[in-house]
Design a protein around this ligand. Structure first.
Ligand SMILES: *Cc1c(COP(=O)(O)O)cnc(C)c1O
Length: 393
């Protein structure tokens, strides 16, 4: 073996030795609350399938119809010959739903976040970013030449200090960047305070609402509307609550979206989203907008799980979001717990360093509107049994 491959093998051994190895388990069939795996059927508590739309018959039908009318894909980037009427309809629909001028689609929100900074913020500008922002934001910021400033998660004093530093440093444009919901904790960004600080320092606000759009805020319009404020730039995904397929977007004022169409590299140099996915996205927004019943089921499930797990003696991070982290400490314990739960028919995943800080390993459970109250109780019972066996409770 070449020395390069040998080195890589050693690196892989080190990952295994530290109990940091990530395992993938195949799902045989549809993503849902109950899923089929090699060992039988299990209850799924780790999908981003918040509204339970991933296998919804109406979305599947919309995708089927678009497959028949528009075919499989565009075989082109958007600006050459890859723009279909469906793309334009979804971009209009998203912008209206989110309350912004326009929107632009990407293959994924990872791409949207990778795209958004470089055309807008150059050497004279400053980007002020929450320390717990998603990896795609961190990578996107790296691609711009702007000055980078960080503030500790949710620390408004530090944010203010960094905004002052950016202004005193003579920045032309300043943008504050935050996840709307921090996905490892289920905590909300303090958008009212962030907006007020942004206005004081004449900064833009960009919010990545991947873990909110469709189910947080009035009609599921997201964290800015929950907080009663406007974000200047909103990014999000069709891969979570809005149908669980794929695709990301930037929604913003007209000039910002127009600039993205001219300059955003992941847009200009990557294939257009497949029409069946786009059609399902439009249907997903229709369902989310009218989805008060789904949102009520989702929050009932979250309340039920929090109450039951708290009563059983588990340490949860507090909050209201359907992300409910069960704190366990060490990576190995989180993995052992997840493995035991899998054997008991509950599919959850342990999260550990580097995804969360060392010593704060956890099982991040995620509720869905597709779970029944019985499903929630089954999960609590399985957690309780596994927790006792491992001495967690
Ligand atoms: C999931 C997620 C992304 C990536 O979205 P994709 O469409 O899957 O690429 C980006 N940001 C946040 C906060 C996310 O949770």
């Amino acid at each position: 073996m070449s020395s390069t491959l040998h080195d890589i093998s050693s690196e892989l051994d080190a990952i295994r030795a530290q109990s940091l190895w990530k395992l993938e388990r195949p799902i045989l069939g549809r993503q849902s609350a109950h899923i089929r795996v090699n060992s039988g059927e299990v209850l799924n508590f780790c999908a981003n399938n918040y509204l339970g739309l991933a296998d919804h018959p109406d979305l599947v039908k919309a995708a089927h119809e678009a497959l028949d009318t528009h075919g499989l894909g565009m075989a082109s980037v958007r600006f050459i010959c890859g723009t279909s009427d469906l793309h334009l309809a979804l971009e209009r629909r998203l912008a209206d739903y989110l309350g912004l001028d326009d929107s632009i689609l990407f293959a994924a929100c990872f791409d949207a976040n990778g795209a958004v900074f470089e055309p807008l913020f150059g050497e004279q500008d400053a980007i002020v970013s929450d320390a717990l922002n998603h990896a795609s934001i961190i990578d996107g910021i790296r691609l711009s030449k702007a000055r980078r400033l960080r503030f500790a998660n949710g620390d408004m004093n530090e944010l203010e200090a960094q905004l002052r530093a950016a202004r005193e440093g003579g920045a032309r444009r300043i943008v504050i960047v935050t996840d709307g919901v921090f996905s490892m904790d289920g905590y909300f960004a303090k958008l009212a305070e962030i907006r007020a600080l942004a206005d004081r320092f004449d900064a833009l606000v960009m919010v990545d609402d991947c873990h909110a759009t469709g189910f947080i805020g009035p009609e599921g319009r997201g964290t800015p509307q929950r907080a009663g404020v406007k974000a200047d730039i909103l990014t999000g995904t069709l891969g979570k609550a809005l149908g669980g397929s794929a695709g990301g977007y930037i929604a913003a004022s007209q000039p910002i979206v127009d600039l993205m169409r001219q300059r955003a590299r992941p847009y200009l140099f990557s294939n257009a989203l497949p029409p069946p996915i786009v059609a399902a996205g439009i249907k997903a927004i229709d369902m989310a907008e009218r989805g008060d019943d789904l949102r009520a089921k989702l929050s009932d499930n979250a309340r039920r799980f929090r109450a039951g797990m708290g009563a059983a003696g588990f340490t949860l991070l507090p909050g209201e979001h359907p992300i409910i982290p069960v704190m366990l400490g060490e990576a190995k314990l989180a993995q052992d717990m997840a493995a035991k739960l899998y054997d008991k028919g509950v599919y959850v995943t342990g999260f550990f360093f580097p995804v969360v800080p060392r010593g704060q390993a956890r099982i991040r459970t995620q509720m869905s509107a597709a779970h029944s109250p019985q499903d929630i109780d089954t999960a609590i019972a399985a957690f309780t049994a596994a927790g006792r066996e491992l001495g967690v409770i």
